[in-house]
Design a protein around this ligand. Structure first.
Ligand SMILES: [Zn+2]
Length: 279
């Protein structure tokens, strides 16, 4: 599943490719799962709209749309603006391609663009979601980890009785932090995943927020070099991975102290940590 850094990379790649383009027509597939808003609403919002920009909110990709050739109404031009929101789920991909490119199996949406290209949504496992919202009406929940200031972070996390790992994954608190980056951040902050958030000191929480931002920024920087592959090729290339220090390294020696990395399950998710470095 793409995590925040991958989604950021994809959104940046799409912004470069399709910003300013106009959606001429929309085809939506018959499978109901990918459509979180009614097909008619999605098509109406997209058709004849200009893509003003593409950005990430949490793990969502948000296309800011403006209606083309619409005279400002009494409510102003903003009343015709909308957002197309794409969540990639487990296996969703957005392809920018020439119209003659083979339509892959599991294609659920095709947007014909004025530039002559097509923007397609392909998702074999159908956990991805397409929806529309009025401009500014979309709330991805939680706070953006890269923008979070310490005081806000502290208010959200201090006093919680849940394990810190569960709190990090709680999308109502921080949006977009997934399993891998939660484990990596906890390792860098030297905090065990099972520690109750309420037992963690202010200083340690400060270190944790710094680690979360550091890990995400490093991963985004690495992802940046593979934008084109992911956005419009066959999708198998994937991303340059952040060198994991604990995630997926059960039984392997800790890179700092050589103690074998442990794996435990917290709320149904694998958690990896060093029993020596993390307290
Ligand atoms: Zn260690």
């Amino acid at each position: 599943m793409p995590e925040l850094p991958e989604v950021e990379t994809i959104a940046r790649g799409l912004a470069k490719r399709v910003s300013g383009d106009v959606v001429e027509s929309v085809w939506l597939g018959q499978k109901p799962e990918p459509l979180k808003s009614p097909a008619r609403e999605i098509a109406a919002a997209l058709e004849h709209s200009r893509i003003a920009g593409v950005r990430r909110m949490g793990k969502h990709i948000v296309f800011d749309l403006e209606k083309n050739n619409v005279r400002p109404t009494k409510l102003g031009a903003a009343s015709t603006a909308a957002q197309w929101i794409v969540h990639l789920g487990m296996s969703g991909r957005l392809q920018v391609c020439e119209p003659q490119a083979e339509v892959l199996k599991h294609t659920h949406a095709i947007l014909k663009l004025a530039s002559g290209r097509e923007l397609r949504f392909v998702d074999p496992r159908r956990f991805g979601r397409l929806s529309v919202a009025h401009a500014g009406g979309f709330d991805a929940g939680g706070i953006e980890p890269l923008d979070a200031d310490f005081d806000h972070f502290l208010t959200l996390f201090r006093g919680r009785k849940t394990p810190i790992k569960s709190a990090l994954l709680n999308q109502k608190l921080l949006r977009g932090v997934g399993n891998i980056y939660a484990d990596e951040s906890l390792f860098r902050a030297a905090i065990r995943p099972r520690r109750r958030a309420s037992t963690i000191t202010r200083d340690q929480l400060g270190k944790l927020l710094t680690s979360v931002k550091e890990v995400l920024r490093e991963a985004i920087a690495l992802g940046g070099s593979s934008i084109s592959d992911y956005v419009d090729a066959d999708g198998e290339e994937g991303f340059f991975q952040l060198q994991h220090r604990v995630y997926g390294r059960e039984g392997e020696p800790c890179l700092v102290c050589k103690t074998p990395i442990k794996r435990i399950v917290i709320a149904g998710r694998s958690s990896h940590y060093c029993p020596n470095c993390q307290k």
